[in-house]
Design a protein around this ligand. Structure first.
Ligand SMILES: Nc1ncnc2c1ncn2[C@@H]1O[C@H](COP(=O)(O)OP(=O)(O)OP(=O)(O)O)[C@@H](O)[C@H]1O
Ligand SMILES: [Mg+2]
Length: 598
């Protein structure tokens, strides 16, 4: 009893004294895992990713073909500095502090448009992480046009108040920035580790090059090695249109909030202005079904009216959302990207290696020459100049690029746009099969959402599920039930949407919506069927080759036997042998012509 008395009892007043507002920056500095900073190697990846995503978004919005330089330097065992520089439109000096040193500040949150960023928290979270772990401010340089100065600011976040602090502010006068037309560079010093493998920065950039074949990436790793990813598509992707929300996708709570915020509008005008696919007539129909007066003030509508309107909307037939708000990568860009990374770039690496062994080089090049021209399909024409690659590919009529002899196959399928919960989306799948990859490993699946590689939570993702639930045996690959197929295969899966349904705020996996899974499966099946044809042809040809070599082996004895039986002269014998050989050669099938892409 005595001890219990000693403990001070809380009451409403004492508890009230301890209530305090929490700044969003305070919240996220305690909960950094929510934003992808839960361990040292992931922190490095997230930092690079946030800056690269922003750079790509900014370049595309300003209609500039992106060129992005990423440099990671090791300062001490767990201390790195990361610099990302773009050639985008630059940022006004007055905006720099808030963009980089205030959480939840951005241009993309209040709109419905396909982009990589969405929340207005990405880059400032990385700045905050760097500051928390090393005490170092972020250094930002930005220039908005030729003739204007480049400003360099050192920035920190006041985490107690979520406000930016400018530590240093100078104008940069050096050759690089004087010559550069516009762009932004950010350097963050942070506690991190550098990891290779599929979760690493190199893998992220490798995959980004695949989904952004219109961009140049130059990555300098901590060892000083430069990884070059040239531009293989020389035009920007189709710009996605900004859209209004579709009424079928809106939830009751959101509808209530929107009604409340719509000052001075009648209910019908509110419906017409706020949503896509609602004409004056449709608005009138909805009001009639809901038994709500169309001329009443929207902001005065109560919960009751909102619910009636909500139900009426669900029961009104509406046009599906317009689909020009999604911008896929496209079949041609997918094929070019895959072909470049897994055939040409390999060749270039090979050449580098070869250059070191000059003797060998000569020998192998001569061998390569001999083999050329034997293909059914035309050889791709590839020229590389600086960061740009010109590529002409001749696709077979079924939309594939393959070389039986070099043992590679590439194809891609972009589905028509579709809708989940009122949100338009579009999926696409690309497949690369090639003898350069390990044949007895599981296929690699590269997942992308709005062109951003997703590297974590593979097993929770609808995209992985669509691959593992496909019966790859029908398409000629080994597979144990419910797992990834086995073979020298890369499967690239992309979803583009104005609102990507991530399973959580860390944007790592896609939710299992039936509509999305169905589209994914259809795209995979189509690619699978094309792969199956290639593999069948390959096997058939291998069989034929075996038979042919068997026959050739006995060609001379046959000729001699004929000579003996039919009394041929020596020249008649030789003629017979060579015409038999010709027949054998002609028996090899040739592909009919296809389309070519430049
Ligand atoms: N390199 C850049 N060039 C031009 N503008 C940029 C650049 N980086 C960021 N911005 C601007 O700063 C804003 C804030 O960036 P931030 O990464 O914090 O948020 P976001 O990209 O909008 O969303 P998310 O949190 O999902 O990344 C962006 O919306 C964009 O307008
Ligand atoms: Mg961002």
């Amino acid at each position: 009893l005595a001890t219990r008395k000693k403990q001070k009892k809380e009451d409403a007043t004492s508890m009230a004294a301890r209530q305090r507002e929490i700044a969003v920056s305070e919240f996220f500095s305690k909960n950094r895992h929510l934003l992808g900073f839960d361990n040292l190697s992931k922190a490095l990846l997230t930092t690079v990713r946030e800056a690269v995503d922003n750079a790509l978004d900014a370049c595309e919005e300003a209609h500039i073909l992106p060129e992005i330089h990423v440099t990671v330097k090791e300062l001490a065992e767990t201390r790195f500095s990361v610099t990302i520089e773009d050639n985008g439109p630059g940022i006004l000096k007055s905006q720099l502090p808030k963009i980089f040193a205030k959480l939840l500040y951005g241009s993309k949150f209040h709109r419905l448009k396909q982009s990589r960023g969405q929340q207005g928290i990405g880059i400032s979270a990385a700045v905050m992480y760097g500051q928390m772990t090393t005490g170092q401010p972020a250094v930002v340089i930005s220039k908005t046009s030729q003739g204007k100065p480049a400003h360099k600011l050192k920035l920190q976040i006041d985490t107690q108040r979520n406000q930016p602090k400018v530590i240093d502010d100078v104008i940069i006068d050096n050759k690089h920035w004087n010559e550069k037309e516009s762009g932004t560079a950010i350097t963050i010093t942070l506690e991190a580790t550098y990891k290779g493998g599929k979760h690493g920065v190199a893998s992220y950039l490798h995959q980004s090059a695949l989904s952004n074949s219109h961009a140049i990436f130059v990555f300098t790793d901590p060892k000083g090695k430069v990884h070059d990813y040239p531009r293989v598509v020389n035009e920007l992707p189709k710009e996605p249109k900004e859209i209004k929300p579709h009424p079928h996708g809106v939830e009751l709570g959101t509808l209530m909030h929107l009604l409340e915020a719509s000052r001075g509008k009648t209910v019908s005008k509110f419906l017409k202005d706020t949503f896509s696919r609602v004409s004056a007539k449709t608005a009138a129909d909805i009001c009639k079904t809901a038994k709500v007066k169309g001329g009443a003030s929207a902001s005065k509508a109560g919960r009751n009216e909102a619910e009636k309107l909500y139900n009426a909307i669900q029961n009104t037939k509406l046009l599906a959302p317009s689909t020009d708000c999604v911008s896929p990568i496209g079949e041609e860009a997918l094929i070019k990207g895959l072909y470049w990374l897994f055939v040409e770039a390999q060749k270039h690496q090979e050449e580098e290696r070869k250059a070191q062994k000059a003797q060998q080089d000569l020998f192998e090049a001569a061998n390569d020459k001999e083999k050329e021209g034997d293909d059914a399909q035309e050889e791709p024409v590839v020229e590389k100049e600086g960061g740009n690659v010109q590529m002409e590919l001749a696709l077979a009529p079924d939309g594939t690029l393959a070389s039986d002899e070099k043992g590679y196959f590439v194809t891609a399928v972009t589905r028509s746009p579709n809708v989940y919960r009122g949100n338009p989306f579009q999926v696409e799948v690309g497949i690369f099969y090639g003898k350069g990859l390990a044949g007895d490993d599981q296929a690699r699946v590269f997942r992308f959402a709005n062109r951003v590689p997703l590297q974590y939570q593979a097993s929770a993702c609808a995209m992985t599920k669509s691959v593992t639930s496909t019966r790859w045996k029908t398409y000629g690959l080994n597979q144990s039930r419910g797992s990834l197929p086995i073979g020298p295969v890369v499967i690239m899966v992309h979803i583009a949407s104005a609102w990507v349904p991530y399973t959580s705020e860390s944007k790592e996996a896609i939710a299992n919506y039936d509509e999305i899974l169905k589209e994914l499966r259809l795209a995979i099946n189509e690619c699978g069927r094309r792969l199956q044809k290639f593999l069948r042809r390959k096997r058939k040809e291998a069989d034929e080759e075996k038979k042919r070599s068997y026959i050739i082996k006995y060609m001379n004895p046959i000729g001699e036997a004929l000579q003996e039986i039919l009394g041929f002269s020596d020249s008649q014998k030789d003629e017979t042998i060579s015409s038999l050989k010709e027949i054998l050669e002609d028996a090899r099938g040739h592909m009919p012509g296809g389309r070519s892409i430049k």
